[in-house]
Every structure is written in structure tokens, then in C-alpha cells.
Design a binder for this molecule. Structure first.
Ligand code: GLC
Length: 419
């Protein structure tokens, strides 16, 4: 059955994908929220999906803004400005901001706020995609040429905050304290690290309160001898992409050198020669976490990673029908992992289904490396899935069935798959 946001070709359709664009624009417009927070801060952003996800998420908003560029670039700019406004002047940008609705006390520990009530945002970070998205949005419209450089100070402060506060051992790679901070909260790659403290396990609340007592400081967490923290491959890929974008936006080579440090560290320390995958490094001993999830493929996005390493990721993993070569999208977990679970589970996410943002992120590098046919096939599969089921939170990689939240705004990225 179609949901309210499913695409139906209209009689005035002039191009084969007009139905998809109409659907995407409708969801973006329906989910748009603007107003003024009670502390006087104005906001304007796309909420991911109602009723479950009413707040502003850093990485969702970066993807929403990229999707908005086709329909209303002024809204794309406003959404990114709101991400910045949600942060602090020291450069901290939260994972989630509660602009117009507050998390109820029962949800508060999930959101990792400083107190149970009265917070405007979480004390956790999200994948740092803001400078990456800023550069794309700036390039999408020439009606506000000042946009590209209007926030350089704030974006620099953000990247400096990450280096100062999250690269605790100074090796170039930043650390996440909670799985939630990567955006892929319930991924099975965190199971061996967090065990009974993983997302949706009862211990999760204990780790939230323990790290809360340490002020959510990665330095304090390390000094206290805790082992539940990760140098996360995907988060560091996002960080490197943003450092590269910053080098161009600010015309400052220092950011390119910082990006190169992150990229070399990934190559030297996260790349597993046996499989060609990039694994997270967990705890004080930096133990590699050998679970194959899309995060292990994400260095494909970094053009500074040697071509043979990237080709190996594509040929042995992304396009391998036993691993990630599914009929619909690029699964969030390799199909040959014991933890792979492609269907819907009300409590669990990121354990197998294909997400639109992941597929979108990996399609660019596939094309760049010359796998154009495969990229078109994957893009076409996601367009079909949307035509059947609308914009959903994620899709079954085998059947293409749309699953979980409806009218899910990150899936608006499908618009880029129609070209
Ligand atoms: C879920 C997803 C996360 C997303 C959030 C808001 O928690 O796991 O990736 O950012 O919803 O859409």
C-alpha cells in the first residue's frame, strides 16, 4: 500500500522522474519548521520525520540542505545556518537540537543531554559534515555569493574544537564517546566495544550518566581509564571531507594538511590488509573492530586514499553479491556478517537495511573510479524503491520494501539519483 507521501505520476508529467521530484519536494516542504526558540534564537530546518524525529539532527540537516538545493537553495542555506546557531561559540556543534519540542524525560538519556530537563541540545556530537555541506550549498546558488565565506570563523572554530577536544592522543583521528555520535547508533560494529552498554541495551543509560559526570569530555573519559570510546572510521571520513572543503572555502592550505593527516592515519592504522576494509579502533589499546559495515567502506570517499585501495573496496566488497552487492542500495552491514539483519525492527537500526544517505555518499566515488554502470544500476534501484514505497527511513536491500519512518527527509537525496 502507498503511504501519503508515495509518488504517483501526474498527468502533466513531462520527464520520467517528475513524480520523484514532486514527492521529494512535498516531503521537504511538509517537514519544514521555522520559528523562534524561547531563548530568542531563530531557527529554520527540516525535521527528519514526524512524529518520531521532530528535532534537528546535525547530519540529517546537512543531507537535507544538499537535497533542498534543487528546489529552494535559500532554505538550504537557512538549514545550515540553523545547525551553526544550535552550537556554542567555542565551536561545539551538538548531535541534536530541540528547537520547538523538548525531549520527554524518558527519551532524555537516549539523547544524552546534560540534564534530564531544560536543555536546548545534546552534549554529544554528530558526524562533522557541516563544512562539506556548506561548500555544496554555496556552489548551488549564485544569488548570495557571500554565503560561502560568511561563517568561516564559526566553521573553523568547529573544526578546531574537534581537534582539541576529540583527538585526545594527537594521532590525527577523532574519537566518539557514544555510538550515537556517528549517526549510525545501533550498528553491530559497536557491539564488541560497548557490549551491555550498547544502544538499546539497559547499560546504555549507565554509560550516558557516567560520561555525563565526566562533562562529556573525551580527555576526562580517557584519563579515567574508560575503554568505551572509538576512533570511528566513518566519523573520521566525514571530518576529512569537511577539512578538505574548509581548505577550499577559506583558501587555506593548513586545512588540507590537516585532512592529509587524518587520511594517512586511516590508511596506516585502520586499514586491514587481510580484507582491504577500514576498521574502527576501540579503547585505549586501539583494538581494531573487525565487523564489516558500510563505515568500513567509507574511505572510498576520500580521493587521497590510493586508487588501488579504493578499487579493492569496490571490487571485493561494494559490488560483491555476497557482501554489499544487493538489489536495492548499499546495505548498512555486509550481507555475509552474522549480525546482518535486513528487515524492520522497531528498536534496532543500522543492522542491515539500505539507507539513502549511505548509498548517495558511495555513488559519487563509484562513478569517479569508473564504475558508472554499477552506479546507475544502484541509483535506479533506489529510485524504484522510492516509487513503490515513498521516502522511508530505510529499505530492504533484497526486496526494496520501504521500512520504518515515513516521509523521511534524508531520503530526499534520491533526487540526485534520477540524473
Ligand atoms: C535515527 C537514525 C539516525 C538519524 C536520526 C534522525 O536515530 O539512526 O541516523 O540521524 O534517527 O533521523
Amino acid at each position: 500500500m502507498h503511504d501519503a507521501t508515495s509518488a504517483r505520476p501526474s498527468p502533466t508529467t513531462t520527464s520520467p522522474n517528475d513524480d520523484i521530484h514532486a514527492l521529494v519536494e512535498r516531503v521537504l516542504r511538509t517537514n519544514w519548521r521555522e520559528g523562534v526558540h524561547r531563548d530568542g534564537t531563530p531557527y529554520a530546518y527540516t525535521c527528519p520525520a514526524t512524529p518520531r524525529y521532530r528535532h534537528q539532527w546535525h547530519w540529517d540537516s546537512c543531507f537535507h540542505a544538499i537535497a533542498w538545493c534543487r528546489y529552494d537553495v535559500a532554505r538550504a542555506r537557512e538549514e545550515l545556518r540553523t545547525v551553526l546557531r544550535g552550537g556554542r561559540s567555542d565551536g561545539f556543534i551538538p548531535h541534536t537540537v530541540f528547537w520547538h519540542n523538548h525531549p520527554r524525560w524518558r527519551r532524555a538519556p537516549f539523547y544524552a543531554t546534560q540534564r534530564v530537563r531544560g536543555n536546548r541540545h545534546t552534549t554529544t556530537i554528530g558526524p562533522p559534515l557541516l563544512p562539506f555541506a556548506w561548500e555544496r550549498v554555496a556552489a548551488a546558488g549564485d544569488d548570495e555569493p557571500g554565503f560561502a565565506t560568511e561563517a568561516l570563523h564559526a566553521l573553523e572554530a568547529h573544526l578546531d574544537w574537534l581537534e582539541r577536544e576529540r583527538d585526545v592522543d594527537g594521532d590525527g583521528l577523532i574519537t566518539v564517546l557514544l555510538p550515537d555520535e556517528s549517526g549510525i547508533d545501533d550498528s553491530p560494529k559497536y557491539d564488541p566495544v560497548y557490549g551491555p552498554y550498547a544502544h538499546y541495551k539497559p547499560g546504555y543509560f549507565r554509560i550516558v550518566s557516567r560520561y555525563g559526570r565526566l562533562g562529556w569530555s573525551a580527555h576526562e573519559v580517557a584519563a579515567a581509564g574508560h575503554d568505551m570510546h572509538v576512533e570511528d572510521v566513518w566519523v573520521n571520513v566525514a571530518y576529512a571531507l569537511s577539512l578538505r572543503a574548509m581548505a577550499r572555502l577559506a583558501d587555506d592550505e593548513a586545512y588540507a594538511r590537516r585532512a592529509a593527516r587524518v587520511e594517512s592515519a586511516l590508511l596506516e592504522r585502520s586499514l586491514d590488509p587481510a580484507t582491504g576494509l577500514f576498521f574502527d579502533l576501540a579503547g585505549r589499546d586501539e583494538r581494531p573492530v573487525r565487523v564489516s559495515t558500510w563505515s568500513a567502506l567509507s574511505p572510498l570517499m576520500l580521493s587521497a586514499i590510493p586508487e588501488e585501495v579504493r578499487r579493492r573496496l569496490v571490487e571485493e566488497h561494494v559490488l560483491n553479491p555476497a557482501r554489499y552487492g544487493a538489489a536495492f542500495g548499499i546495505p548498512s552491514v555486509a550481507m555475509d556478517e552474522p549480525s546482518f539483519k535486513p528487515g524492520f525492527d522497531v528498536w534496532r537500526t543500522w543492522r542491515g537495511p539500505s539507507w539513502m544517505n549511505v548509498t548517495w555518499l558511495l555513488l559519487g566515488p563509484l562513478r569517479e573510479l569508473g564504475y558508472a554502470d554499477a552506479a546507475s544500476r544502484i541509483a535506479g534501484g533506489m529510485v524504484d524503491a522510492v516509487r513503490r514505497g515513498g521516502l522511508r527511513e530505510y529499505y530492504h536491500p533484497g526486496s526494496g520494501e520501504g521500512l520504518a519512518a515515513r516521509g523521511f527527509a534524508m531520503s530526499a537525496l534520491v533526487a540526485d539519483m534520477t540524473d
